[in-house]
Design a protein around this ligand. Structure first.
Ligand code: EPU
Length: 419
């Protein structure tokens, strides 16, 4: 299995360009199923999850083309199947995002029920209940969600809890339903807004995306268009943390600071100077050691669970004690045991991690368990003295485009050992 080897201890300095957002491009790719013409998508990040989604769409008969700039054109007019098989869904839970579009556009869908995953149990009953509120008949048989509806009709659904892909799935279905749908307690993440903007460009009538109440006036058809994906706030945040915890100065370009308030506030609390201008964000730690930060993960606009592991890494070498509480996923602390192998001082009590910063960590072999955990281990490797070898690094390729190249341009001593 491929590994990443890092020799830590040097501050990072320089500029890096941010890619399109993984969690925006995945629902947008699923939304191409709704169109009655080809959709082209720009600013697509080169990620393993994008390839998996293309494989899934391709298996259904969507015709896909990719040009040299990685613009993807998806033509859904000649679909041959409305099934998302277990083999693909088990490798990527976001495959559930095809359920709403397939049902709305073709009247039926069979999507393998995603199982648990490394960070928690991650059920999808909200996706199912939301679609039922639009008139779908849904059964779960032989490990598949089987959904049917002649034509979905507008309805009202109040989500029991805030769910990002749940909101996206029901939003996409409602876009082609007959009549008006009102969704309450919606996720407000920028990626939900990006999907809504793409649907609006396709001809959907959507109000309120980005608030907790979304109103959709269903239309009869959605058209082929071009859409450029939003920059990835989690990738940008990860590079900014890398700059801050190494005491360096890092600028991210093609980023959207307006989607990153909670992250930038925590970076400031850690003692970093932050500058934002147009599409760039600069973090400058001026050679100092960061201060430990306290944070609690919660749905947007609060602090994102997808940045928790990276700030845990920052706290391991910070001055003082940082308390991190994870409220979204029940098992998203797996990186902490690995950070301890580098010398971190961490105590876990339930969903809270109390991290006392140490002055020096030392390199060791460690193992990635999921996407954001692997990012946190790579960050820790940048500050640990000596060599850190991160195994099972394939997790990082699901969500970070060329991470070792980008960190390399910032001066990190990092290389990949092929498996
Ligand atoms: N939940 C339920 N029932 C449901 C749906 C969700 O109980 O029907 C619970 C989950 O178990 C969890 C909470 O609700 O405790 C929130 O989960 P959510 O549904 O919002 O997560 P998701 O949509 O599966 C997306 C991102 C994740 C990100 C979370 C939270 C995509 C493709 N994935 O997942 O991204 O952590 O929202 O912000 O958008 C990542 O990029 O590393 C990643 C895991």
């Amino acid at each position: 299995m491929a590994k990443i080897v890092i020799t830590g201890g040097e501050p990072l300095n320089g500029e890096v360009q941010i890619s399109g957002a993984k969690n925006a491009v995945l629902p947008i790719l699923a939304a191409t199923l709704l169109a009655d013409g080809p959709i082209s998508i720009g600013n697509v990040p080169h990620l393993h999850d994008v390839t998996t989604t293309m494989e899934l769409l391709g298996a259904m008969g969507v015709q896909l083309m990719v040009d040299e700039k990685l613009t993807i054109t998806a033509d859904p007019r000649f679909i041959t199947s409305t099934v998302a098989p277990y083999e693909l869904v088990k490798t990527m839970r976001a495959s559930i995002l095809v359920l709403g579009p397939l049902l709305a556009r073709f009247g039926h869908a069979e999507v393998s029920l995603p199982g648990g995953c490394a960070i928690g149990s991650r059920p999808v009953e909200q996706h199912i209940r939301g679609l039922q509120a639009l008139g779908a008949e849904v059964t779960v048989e032989n490990g598949f969600i089987k959904a049917r509806a002649e034509r979905l009709r507008g309805g009202r659904y109040v989500f029991d809890m805030i769910t990002v892909t749940g909101t996206e799935n029901v939003l996409m279905a409602a876009a082609l339903a007959k009549g008006t749908t009102v969704l309450e307690n919606c996720a407000q993440e920028p990626e939900v807004v990006d999907l809504a903007n793409c649907l609006i460009a396709m001809g959907a009538h959507i109000e309120g995306a980005g608030s907790n109440r979304i109103v959709v006036h269903g239309v009869d058809r959605l058209a082929g268009i071009h859409y450029d994906v939003l920059p990835d706030r989690i990738e940008a945040g990860t590079f900014l943390v890398a700059g801050a915890m190494t005491g360096g100065k890092v600028t991210v370009r093609r980023a959207r600071a307006d989607t990153m308030d909670a992250i930038l506030v925590k970076l400031e609390e850690s003692g970093a100077h932050i500058n934002t201008r147009d599409d760039m964000i600069e973090v400058d730690m001026r050679g100092r050691r960061p201060k430990a930060v306290n944070l609690t993960t919660a749905p947007y606009p609060a602090f994102p669970t997808d940045m928790q592991a990276q700030f845990a890494a920052l706290n391991t070498v910070a001055e003082g004690v940082g308390v991190i509480t994870e409220t979204i996923f029940e098992n998203r602390f797996m990186h902490l045991n690995e950070l301890q192998r580098l010398g971190a001082d961490i105590r876990v009590e339930g969903n809270t991690a109390i991290i006392r910063g140490v002055e020096r960590m030392t390199g060791a072999p460690i193992m990635a368990t999921d996407l954001r955990a692997s990012a946190s281990l790579v960050l820790a490797g940048l500050v640990a003295h000596g060599e850190t070898v991160v195994d099972r690094i394939y997790h990082i390729d699901r969500g970070y485009e060329n991470i070792e190249e980008k960190l390399g341009t910032l001066g990190a001593k990092i290389r990949r050992l092929p498996g």
